[in-house]
Design a protein. Structure first.
Length: 261
């Protein structure tokens, strides 16, 4: 297990799901963790794992800038993980409202950019830092998520650009693209009937959903000194969802052979 003593990780959306699993992992490895989230109960989730908490909306760049300044003056953050995110309904473009589309871009793309700008800019001045952004398989392939998908594709692109921009300043930027992951957000999608667990499982080469702790493990690795040579990577953690898709043209994934041919 990595020793992250002396590190200070800021995790947006850290009050739930993937962000909370990442916060738990990094706390267990000895890091100081600060969670930024707007959900009710996120403060209690932070308290339960010994993390600091600030109520914050990542779309409010002025508030994010103030928080970055505040934390810099106390314990400068060495890690930023941008997990804040929301679900989109699978609506056709003809009926998807501008409000919902704008919100997808604002929370995911603008929110990620605002956090990277405020926290990453300060890391560059100190010539030390690791950023892990969160995209999605929805941004690497296509699906009926016409705001969420493009926003996630843009996050992967942004992360590569920032990796090149800030590499000379000693800051690494990588991106994790989760597949369907068992979090409260996915539970809401399943309960609403927009998604079916059996279909999601069947669409992945490993035949299952991803656990939040599996995403956290990839984030933790990319944020750690063990990944000191990696920047600008976009890493799918998707139980083989992306590699399985093209097999539909051949009738889908095959059952494993039980006998040696
Ligand atoms: P989650 O359990 O809902 O956690 C996300 C947290 O972010 C929630 O506490 C949420 O609060 C908070 N949040 C939402 N908007 C925010 C804002 N503007 N400012 C600050 N915090 C905000 O979701 P998750 O499934 O862990 O998702 C985490 C990230 O992974 C998201 O970026 C998501 O798009 C991505 N992802 C998830 C999956 C999946 O299958 N779960 C797959 C691919 C990518 P509220 O509950 O109040 O909204």
């Amino acid at each position: 297990m990595a020793d992250m003593t002396g590190q200070h990780a800021v995790i947006t959306g850290g009050g739930s799901g993937i962000g909370l699993a990442t916060a738990q992992l990094l706390r267990g490895q000895g890091a100081q963790v600060t969670i930024l989230d707007l959900a009710d109960g996120a403060d209690q989730a932070a308290a339960r794992i010994g993390a600091a908490f600030h109520k914050a909306d990542v779309t409010d760049e002025t508030a994010i800038e103030s928080l970055a300044e505040l934390l810099e003056a106390h314990t400068p953050p060495t890690i930023l993980v941008t997990c804040a995110g929301i679900l989109q309904r699978t609506l056709r473009p003809e009926v998807l409202s501008w409000g919902e589309w704008d919100r997808m871009i604002a929370v995911h793309l603008r929110g990620t950019y605002a956090c990277c700008r405020s926290f990453g800019g300060r890391m560059v001045k100190r010539r030390q830092g690791a950023i892990v952004t969160i995209a999605s398989v929805a941004g690497l392939g296509t699906g009926p998520l016409h705001g969420y998908g493009p926003a996630k594709a843009a996050i992967a692109h942004l992360s590569k650009g920032l990796a090149a921009e800030w590499g000379p300043g000693g800051v690494r930027v990588n991106c994790v693209a989760p597949g369907f992951t068992e979090t409260p957000a996915l539970d809401r999608g399943l309960s609403a009937g927009a998604l079916r667990a059996s279909r999601l499982e069947a669409a992945a080469a490993l035949g299952r959903l991803v656990a939040p702790q599996e995403i956290a493990a990839a984030i933790g690795f990319l944020a750690s000194p063990a990944a000191s040579g990696i920047t600008g990577a976009v890493l799918p953690v998707d139980a083989g969802y992306l590699v399985a898709g093209d097999w539909a043209a051949y009738g889908g994934l095959r059952e494993p052979l039980t006998d040696t041919p």
